[in-house]
Design a protein around this ligand. Sequence first.
Ligand code: D8T
Ligand code: MG
Length: 381
Amino acid sequence: MKIVGYETFLVAPRWQFLRIDTDEGISGWGEPIVEGRAEAVQGAVAACMEYLVGTDPLRIEEHWQVLAKGGFYRGGAVLSSALAGIDQALWDIKGRHHGVPVHELLGGPVRERVRMYTWAHGVDNAALVDDAQAKVASGFTAVKINVSEALPPIPGAADVRRMAARVEALRTALGDGVDIALDFHGRLSTAATRQLLPLLEPLLPLFVEEPVTPEYSRDLRRITESTSIPIATGERLFSRWDFRDVLTTGIAVAQPDISHAGGVSEVRRIAAMAEAYDVNVAPHCPLGPITLAASLQIDFATPNFLIQEQSLGIEYGGGNELLDYLVDPAVFAFTDGHVERPTGPGLGIEINEEVVREAAANPHRWRSPILRHEDGSFAEW
Ligand SMILES: O=C(O)[C@@H](O)[C@H](O)[C@H](O)CO
Ligand SMILES: [Mg+2]
């Protein structure tokens, strides 16, 4: 079998899809994307495909090594995400070629269903509680929230208490039967995080995510040792080498993104490394249907899996959302907060190419918002 061509599609709300074609009529789909940097990843995919066209798509590991290391410059968000989407498409092709889901090729299923969580948003506590209750009513048993927007890195007493009160309002409304994850997005300093976490401890969050950005990973140890709350991180780490030191800091949850961290191949390896540090894996996925499908393939084959993120995509605008691009959206249906094991070949989904083409006719220009502190200075999103 040989790769004979490919096509990329920039589709709403903020995703890029890739289809790789072979001379045997089998095509595979992947999702190479960095949120807000779609065109850069598209260019990187084109450069990788110069090498791949004409080669055997079944030699995934060989291609992974060449694409990850053959360009002399390595890693980072753009190159690793281009490789991630390509790797997904190659696993899709391999699964379809053998007529089995990818998780069968990864050693077979280790569970029958996968627990999901999604975002709850709200500008104030009442709106947040409403949205979270709607998500629970739609079947989720866990939600993730922002604790704050655009705060000074060391907030004063009122802001610290307001953040704690936000989580407390949600716990009171949802009870202990729903798990609550807290995403810090690295907006607070290490010192402020250490001040806030003890106030959150009695509320038993499932985990606190990205207490610091990767530039400050060496400070994670000071945070994990200061709290009983499980600490999660990893959506902005792109390889097993990026994860290596972080796994020694006492974190509880690794969150590689299958569309950023080198695809199915690399996330599989990151998960195995994490197991050796008693770290569980909760793949990051505020992305599209192919990323979610690839994540589920990993989840079903990974013993130290915890919970899977999913976003409907509607919160990013642009009209289309997660399920619109699927021939059969039932593959992501869930009951009791869990998705059943996908049994279709490859990544287990069928992409509706007509809808993809329509969406790509008006390529999105999604960009991360530029936020400001109250004093007018730049605030990290
Ligand atoms: O954990 C999450 O889903 C968020 O941190 C998103 O990754 C962020 O908004 C960029 O897309
Ligand atoms: Mg996050």
